[in-house]
Design a protein around this ligand. Structure first.
Ligand SMILES: NC(=O)C1=CN([C@@H]2O[C@H](COP(=O)(O)OP(=O)(O)OC[C@H]3O[C@@H](n4cnc5c(N)ncnc54)[C@H](O)[C@@H]3O)[C@@H](O)[C@H]2O)C=CC1
Ligand SMILES: CC(=O)[C@H](N)C(=O)O
Length: 373
């Protein structure tokens, strides 16, 4: 396996390196080979292949999930429609297919990835493909393949083609021994689900490639994300999206987490803006390569009370999902994102009241919300 081989080579180098730990700057000679999956000899990873005035050429993997289409829309407004390619292994609906470049890309197929990057002169890659927390626990071998092997392919293609790479991490990268309230950027990370383990692995591998070879890896740990026009893909925080749909379409909602389960959350517009901001931030402003971001923190009960202000007849019942509850019980309650705010000016716009109004207006502007407001 190329990454394992690469690690063995590094270990060999490290054993021969000075004990001061100052071995960061020079790639060992073994890396300067001819295999496309080794770090190229002329790599100078901070000088991008495009000049500062050029627009980046962007690939988004796993782009048909909850977040990818919104990210593509934002990036296309900023960099031009044709500079942003959305990709996935699923078939896109018509309106997405016709809204800008779409391509098939399986992150488990390294040659396919490389071909896309070369043929489209990709310079930035947003790696969104993943199996989320609940579906990951239901299919651990697939989660391991997509979230770990897939990530290795992405890192190899980043290294080979000198890409700026964004990989999202998550509140799920923490575990029962992490500080919960709040959780800082740097603390114990011992997650107990495959999703969390794979995300810690991604953080560490990306940072390792950055500090070892200067690769331009950037990562945000996202809270649970709430979106109006896209569906979540099988996570623990999905209830906070579903509740809005159910409030207006059915008038009732079945909660799967305890009323007191507090988790960090963010509205999708804030999350995607943060993603673009950190990718555009000057490298010198980034004191670290993996940042927490946050906007709000609430329980199912807090959210229900806020929805009830707008939809008073809304009925909420409870049917616990033991897998999701066990996951949520070991996740952070609050996220400390002060480093992101200090280093590159992160600031959220949506708190709980604005979130609820926006979501209800989206789902039912012609029904109950209109009557209440
Ligand atoms: N949605 C959320 O609340 C949060 C998301 N994140 C992270 O953000 C990223 C995007 O999340 P979502 O859009 O919510 O995920 P999602 O589960 O909705 O979408 C993931 C996409 O990956 C695609 N995919 C699966 N196997 C693939 C393969 N072999 N090759 C290429 N694509 C493949 C799926 O078809 C799907 O469209 C993920 O990495 C996730 O871990 C992090 C924290 C919170
Ligand atoms: C917080 C996440 O990473 C995701 N929404 C999940 O619940 O799995």
């Amino acid at each position: 396996m190329p990454v394992a081989r690469l690690l063995r080579q590094v270990a060999g180098q490290m054993l021969g390196s000075p004990a001061c730990g100052c071995w960061i700057a020079t790639p060992p000679l073994q890396f300067l080979g001819t295999s496309p999956r080794q770090i190229p000899a002329d790599a100078n990873f901070h000088s991008a292949l495009f000049s500062e005035t050029d627009q980046p050429r962007i690939l988004i993997t796993g782009g048909l999930g909850q977040l990818g289409v919104g990210l593509a829309n934002l990036l296309r407004k900023r960099f031009g429609k044709d500079n942003v390619i959305l990709s996935d292994i699923r078939k896109p609906p018509d309106h997405i297919f016709h809204s800008g470049p779409f391509i098939y890309s399986d992150i488990l197929d390294y040659k396919n990835l490389r071909e896309i990057v070369v043929n489209n002169r990709i310079t930035w890659l947003f790696h969104y493909s993943a199996l989320l927390s609940a579906v990951g626990e239901a299919n651990i071998s697939l989660a391991r393949a997509i979230n770990i092997t897939g990530l290795h392919n992405i890192l190899d293609v980043e290294a080979e083609h000198n890409l700026r790479l964004f990989v999202p991490s998550t509140i799920g990268a923490f575990g029962p021994t992490s500080p919960w309230n709040p959780t800082p950027d740097l603390c114990v990370q011992r997650p107990r689900i495959i999703y969390g383990v794979s995300k810690v692995h991604a953080e560490l591998m990306g940072e390792y490639y950055h500090y070892r070879y200067g690769l331009d890896f950037r990562c945000l740990r996202y809270p649970g994300i709430i979106s109006a026009d896209s569906q979540p893909g099988g996570g623990t925080t999905d209830y906070a999206v579903q509740i809005f749909h159910d409030a207006l379409k059915n008038g009732k909602f079945e909660r799967n987490l305890k009323p007191s389960t507090r988790l960090p959350m963010i509205y999708i517009d804030d999350c995607l803006r943060a993603t673009l901001d950190v990718m555009e931030a000057p490298a010198e402003s980034l004191s670290m390569r993996t940042y927490n971001i946050n906007a709000m923190s609430f329980t199912p009960e807090d959210l229900a009370q806020e929805v009830l202000k707008h939809v008073p007849e809304f009925q909420i019942t409870y049917n616990m999902d033991s897998v999701r509850q066990a996951i949520a019980d070991i996740w952070p309650m609050n996220f400390d994102d002060s480093n992101a705010r200090k280093d590159w000016g992160w600031k959220h716009d949506f708190d709980l009241p604005e979130l609820v109004t926006t979501m209800l207006n989206f789902h039912g502007s012609d029904t109950r919300v209109a009557q209440v407001n």
